[in-house]
Design a protein around this ligand. Structure first.
Ligand code: PLP
Length: 443
């Protein structure tokens, strides 16, 4: 196999995700498609031996590098025992162990794990469970959902209802039963003299106003704790989560924490919501939980929610399933991932790595076209002042020319590297991004 042969075949036969395929075809200005032959640590290699640093963890899923020897070994061993079995009526060791260990990470507060295969399904499950909980409690009128402006919770039709990103949603608006939007606590909205916590308090007041009026019909509020990733790495003060939790308690509304992107150590704690010392009613996990190896998602919930479905009547149960629910290989990859967290004290190590990333990024703070340089743990971002509607693609191309895989969201350049990135690689990544930024802005 070689680069160009694979590219030709891919463009003919594969419909790539989140992509206007014609952008890859137009010769003058073509967007490069990178054929990947193999991966090793933070590096991806094409068939000509050219390499790229995976600065976005392959869409935020990879935590411990590509072809991690420990996860590979765990999967090889699992392959010889059990690849998959139906999870209705059967059970297996990896799914039991994973459920127990995740529950322990919440100190038992979320002791029940429901499995699916991707993030959007986890969102849908949490929404359905919340609605059904209230129905089982004789409150079927609680069927509305609340989400933050700029929210992203996946792209299936149900998940789009709680997603507020126009390019993903607008075309399908007629198919969607939209949720209600409440203001985001995005710290960039701070007015002169305000701090992030003031924006958080203001957003919580708006949430309170909404709930005062609409709580009778509201089943749940869904949030991404601390960072709204997909709409441009909007970071906010944990105070918002504390206030939202209090309001949800007061008004009998569930709090769903979507930690599909921000979970698994990304923001500095294993679960992001812990930084607000709160407990959600539902916690959605996916992306990094399998180390970036296999599709896996999990919705964790409380004894109270579980009990509302526990009954003689089948119809009061949660009759939801996916074919690959609780896949044994995916659960094994997740267990190997949790082992690495424990054995290598990753949360501690990431603290030092995040400090290093912060100091490497410091020069951007003084860049005349950069605004809102920000970071939460292993997510860093800044916004670029540019009127160029193609800034994102230009930057992408310039970064690739420097052996770096980074995909800005609009004018927001962000870094979300795997946790195994070395300090030298970190500096190299940031230096390459700085050069790519200046090259993209010159065009
Ligand atoms: C990626 C993501 C999803 C959707 O996950 P998929 O596996 O892509 O369906 C949902 N919520 C958040 C916060 C995400 O980042």
């Amino acid at each position: 196999m070689n680069n160009s042969a694979l590219l030709t075949r891919s463009l003919a036969a594969v419909w790539h995700p989140c992509t206007q395929m014609k952008h890859h075809a137009a010769p003058a200005d073509a967007l490069p498609m990178i054929p990947i032959a193999r991966g090793q640590g933070v590096w991806l290699y094409d068939f000509d031996g050219r390499r790229y640093l995976d600065g976005i963890s392959s869409w935020w899923v990879n935590l411990f590098g590509h072809c991690n020897p420990r996860i590979n070994a765990a999967l090889r061993a699992q392959l010889d025992e059990l690849e998959h079995v139906i999870l209705a009526g059967c059970t297996h060791q990896p799914v039991v162990e994973l459920s127990e260990r995740l529950s322990a990470l919440t100190d038992g507060a979320l002791g029940h794990c429901f499995y699916a295969s991707d993030g959007a399904s986890a969102t849908e499950i949490a929404l359905k469970m919340s609605f059904h909980f209230w129905r089982n409690h004789g409150r079927p009128e609680k069927q509305d959902f609340l989400c933050l402006s700029g929210s992203y919770h996946g792209e299936t039709i149900g998940a789009l209802a709680v997603t507020d990103v126009a390019i993903f949603k607008d075309a399908y608006a007629p198919l969607i039963r939209p949720a209600h939007l409440v203001p985001t606590p995005d710290a960039r909205l701070a007015k002169d003299g305000e701090a992030a916590i003031d924006v958080a308090r203001r957003a919580a007041v708006a949430l309170e106003r909404h709930l005062e009026q609409h709580h009778r019909h509201t089943a749940a509020l869904i949030v991404e704790p601390l960072v709204q990733c997909a709409s441009g790495m909007a970071m906010y003060d944990p105070e918002y989560l504390r206030l939202a939790r209090r309001l949800c308690d007061r008004y009998d509304v569930h709090l769903i924490c979507d930690e599909i992107a921000v979970g698994c150590g990304r923001t500095g704690t294993f679960f992001a919501h812990r930084q607000a010392a709160i407990r959600p009613d539902f916690l959605c996990l996916s992306k990094g939980i399998s180390g970036g190896y296999l599709p896996l998602s999990i919705v964790m919930t409380t004894d109270e929610v579980y009990a509302a479905f526990y009954d003689d009547a089948t119809s009061r149960g949660f009759l939801h399933s996916h074919s690959y629910t609780g896949n044994a290989l995916a659960c094994r990859a997740a267990l190997a991932t949790l082992d690495i967290f424990a054995d290598d004290q990753i949360i501690e190590a990431n603290r030092r790595l995040a400090e290093h990333l912060a100091s490497s990024l410091q020069p951007f703070a003084a860049h005349p076209r950069v605004r809102h340089l920000r970071q939460r743990g292993m997510i860093a971002a800044f916004d670029v002042l540019s009127d160029d509607p193609d800034f994102s693609r230009r930057f992408y191309r310039e970064a690739l020319a420097r052996e770096i895989l980074l995909r800005p969201i609009g004018n927001t350049v962000y870094f979300m590297p795997p946790y195994v990135i070395g300090k030298d690689e970190c500096e190299w990544l940031v230096a390459g991004a700085a050069a790519a930024l200046d090259a993209a802005l010159r065009q």
